[in-house]
Design a protein around this ligand. Sequence first.
Ligand code: PGA
Length: 248
Amino acid sequence: MRKPIIAGNWKMNKTPEEAKELVAALIPLVKDAACDVVVCPPFVDLCCVGNLIEGTNIRLGAQNVHWAEKGAFTGEISAEMLKARGVEFAIVGHSERRQYFGETDETVNKRALAALNAGITPIICVGESLEQRESGVTDAIVSSQTVAALNGMTNAQVESLVIAYEPIWAIGTGKTATKEDANATIGVIRRAIAGVFGEETAEKVRIQYGGSMNPKNAGELMAMPEIDGGLIGGASLKADDFSKVVHF
Ligand code: PGA
């Protein structure tokens, strides 16, 4: 059985003061959650959010991680630095990073491996654009992104990580994939993993859906057999909305 995991991706939102306010409101609302609950604030908020959630069931995630241990990489953060702040998860390869910041399948793989080696669980994002969906290459795209991201990993590493299927056209648009489409594409991702690492490993990987998931549609999406969680953007910025998704 795969334990559901709901993660909030705050993106470039919330000053430290605002972050503290949000998480303080969230703590009592999600304390009885049956699933894993993760918040991924911007780097500057990790310390204050980390301090507030200590001893609660909310776990800390970062929005990115660099592959090098340390050195001359201006503007980057290492896995070790994150780990030292109590970070347990790191989003890797979000489509916004692929689109605006030159992230490639190769750098996604390097970041994910660095996270794993530091004991941080990567949440690896894959997903097709609208153009790709309309031209019928969704399955090929998500399969190749997935296989590339997992390159060089052991079965145990693959079993421990999280994948987020996020159709790019559904992110921040209010358009959600239908539960059937989301379930089917996540099934494709799982079969791609099975093709390289075997059925048993693929069955253990938690695969989230992301893209305009909210209190209204979380229940029906989470009821689908392949969908093991959600990566939530907009709806994670309000404690009330996020807690409703957590209690899907
Ligand atoms: P959204 O973002 O929920 O605002 O669509 C999801 C994501 O990009 O992770």
